[in-house]
Design a protein around this ligand. Structure first.
Ligand code: NAD
Ligand code: DAU
Length: 354
């Protein structure tokens, strides 16, 4: 069995579905169900004996210790985190609590569990830590893409908390010999992403006649990866990644935020044309920039390609079309998550304009 943390969030949900589509090995999902966690995402698995849900915090050492002893997973995959940069700017504390303290407690429980294992099971055990390219900081327009050798240079409280967690994971390998691997991935997009992040926020706002807010001049660049490709990369790293190594994962799809917004509008113009014949582009507005906004991220994924044979299957053009269609076809899911608490965040972040 695998223990997946944060499996009710965006990437964890996609990972669980992806894993159970092709394998019989069960998954235990430990999730504290913050605003970003949604059990509806996994409703299709109710009654499936390969899927077990445990409600709780990765920082709850008693609970984590009990789960490890009861279920005896062969690997722990840590997706659980506070993940939204803007929320980390508005209130960093929960990021330190979950991403730093929570990861530390989880690691420490796993160390005790792994220390008590014997023989082959101890040899094959893995702790896979899911991290981000934001730990490397920001690139200039002509800089080469981030490799695994780049120095850490985190700029937001979110990025700093993830960098801290990466360092703890590394230290548990170096000091205690815990068999860890870390992945540092670029921006994901796809089904089940909470509509506080750029792509689902823009699709939701476009369809509900609201403004499409673009920070600053819209020229910040992100390297987009379809979430299913992230999931297959994690599977490859779990299967064959070198213990103690880190692997960069990215889609090779650098786009400015304005390009992303314009692409989404073009797809919506085609599949959901406005009654009056106008373009969704007319809803784009430039708003105040994010404080400390990183200008550009780009991932050099040549290590995982060369060593583990992983490459993304989806192009940006195919992935973004699938994604927009998913949000259009799953308006009930979007309505379910854009509840009172969501509206409160949108008011706090963007003011009354949205
Ligand atoms: P998300 O915010 O959608 O989901 C996070 C999940 O973790 C939620 O289900 C939440 O309930 C759960 N959680 C939060 N705190 C917890 C705690 N203390 N104990 C147990 N569960 C807790 O995040 P995501 O976008 O799915 O990201 C998953 C991981 O991937 C994160 O570690 C993030 O840093 C990393 N990552 C995300 C991206 C991206 O573009 N979204 C890119 C690279 C890396
Ligand atoms: O790079 C990986 C990271 O990608 C992950 O580690 C994070 O968990 C994930 O949230 C994401 O961080 P970003 O800050 O890049 O994602 P976000 O969707 O918040 O923003 C993408 C870009 O769009 C960024 O340059 C800010 C901009 N933006 C975002 C929002 C929400 C806007 O212009 N307008 C917006 O309303």
């Amino acid at each position: 069995m695998l223990l997946v943390t944060g499996g009710a969030g965006f990437i964890g949900t996609n990972f669980i579905h992806s894993w159970l589509r092709t394998r019989d090995e069960p998954i235990l999902n430990l999730d504290s169900l913050t605003y970003a966690g949604n059990l509806e995402n996994l409703a299709a698995l109710s009654g499936d004996r390969r899927y077990i849900f445990a409600h709780g915090d990765i920082g709850d050492a008693n609970l984590v210790g009990e789960l490890l002893q009861s279920y005896k997973p062969r690997a722990v995959l840590n997706f659980a985190a506070e993940s939204h940069v803007d929320r980390s700017i508005a209130g960093p504390e929960s990021f330190i609590q979950t991403n730093v303290v929570g990861t530390f407690r989880l690691l420490d429980c796993v160390r005790a569990y792994w220390g008590g294992m014997d023989g082959g099971r101890r040899e094959s055990f893995r702790f896979l830590h899911v991290s981000t390219d934001e730990v490397y900081g920001s690139l200039g327009s002509d800089d080469p893409a981030f490799t695994e050798a780049n120095a850490y240079c985190p700029n937001s409280p979110y990025a700093a908390s993830k960098a801290s967690s990466d360092h703890l994971v590394r230290a548990y390998r170096h000091t205690y010999g815990l068999p860890v691997v870390t992945t540092n991935c670029s921006n994901n997009y796809g089904p089940y992403q909470f509509p506080e992040k750029l792509i689902p926020l823009l699709v939701h706002n476009a369809l509900t006649g609201k403004a499409l807010p673009i920070y600053g001049d819209g020229q910040n660049v992100r390297d987009w990866l379809y979430v299913e490709d992230h999931c297959t990369a994690i599977q490859r790293v779990l299967e064959e990644g070198t213990i103690g190594d880190t692997y960069n994962i990215g889609g090779g799809n650098e786009k400015t935020n304005l390009e992303v917004a314009q692409t989404l509008c073009a797809i919506l113009d085609e599949i959901r044309p406005h009654a009056q014949g106008k373009s969704y582009r007319e809803q784009i507005v430039f708003v105040a920039d994010r404080p400390g906004h990183d200008r550009r991220y780009a991932i050099d994924a040549s290590k995982i390609a060369a060593e583990l044979g992983w490459r993304p299957a989806e192009s940006f053009e195919s992935g973004i079309r699938k994604t927009v269609l998913w949000y259009v076809e799953n308006s009930a899911w979007v309505s379910g998550v854009t509840s009172g608490a969501y509206r409160q965040w949108i008011r706090q972040q963007y003011g009354v304009a949205l």
